[in-house]
Design a protein around this ligand. Structure first.
Ligand code: GLN
Length: 216
């Protein structure tokens, strides 16, 4: 029997979320596994039209310059339109793509999150590490900050956070996960740790956006 919530117009909240993972290069498969563990249906996004099928998108780590080349002008424009409309979560290179301003070197960003982000900001010697940071969560009006493992691989650094941006996680004094509207970014790789909370937070964002779109 067709599911009344998901068919035919997709305007109501589906019982199973369909999440795309940009699969042009990088570590998209670890995201696929994590999202499936959390109950989502995953579509590997390889062509611009794959974006039409999904409720939210994950842009994985990799090399942001290579992503830009592989996307081309048309792919970049289609992605820019998508992130204006639907929830998108970028990790590492994906976070770089979502930023408003990119340094070291300068390159185009989708402008979904008002941050300045610096590529490869930790230098060659300590370019990859596993560190413990804080995941900031609210329970009503109480702030519940809890430790969380963070895997950094040739990570960028968020150098400036605009006024409309919410910090979701910190490492030392640095913001390492942020959100603005429907866009979320992390400079680390939550798909490489056991902890599922960061992806859960993204799926929550997708559900809220669907609820809002459906006017529920
Ligand atoms: N250093 C990469 C870049 O600048 C990001 C690294 C990653 O995604 N793990 O795009």
């Amino acid at each position: 029997m067709p599911d009344a919530l998901t068919t035919p117009s997709r305007t109501l909240v589906p019982t199973k979320l369909t999440i795309g993972v940009l699969a042009l290069q990088g570590d998209f498969d670890a995201h696929r596994k994590r999202l499936e563990e959390l109950g989502a249906k995953v579509v590997l996004v390889k062509k611009p039209e794959d974006l039409d099928e999904i409720d939210g998108l994950v842009i994985p780590g990799g090399e942001s310059g290579t992503f830009l080349k592989l996307l081309g002008k048309e792919g970049f424009e289609k992605l820019r339109q998508f992130v204006c409309l639907k929830p998108t979560f970028g990790t590492c290179a994906g976070a770089i793509l979502l930023a408003k301003e990119v340094e070291n070197p300068q390159q185009a960003g989708l402008g979904a999150i008002d941050i300045v982000i610096r590529r490869n900001a930790y230098g060659r010697q300590i370019d990859s590490s596993i560190r413990e940071g804080k995941f900031l969560q609210m329970n009503g009006s109480n702030r519940l900050d809890s430790p969380i493992e963070m895997v950094f691989i040739r990570a960028p650094k968020i150098e400036r956070v605009g006024p409309g941006v919410q910090v979701l996680a910190t490492e030392g004094d640095d913001p390492v996960a942020v959100r603005q509207g429907n866009a979320m970014a992390a400079t680390f790789h939550p798909e490489l740790s056991e902890d599922k909370r960061v992806h859960q937070a993204f799926l929550k964002l997708v559900v809220s956006s669907l609820v809002e779109d459906a006017g529920l």
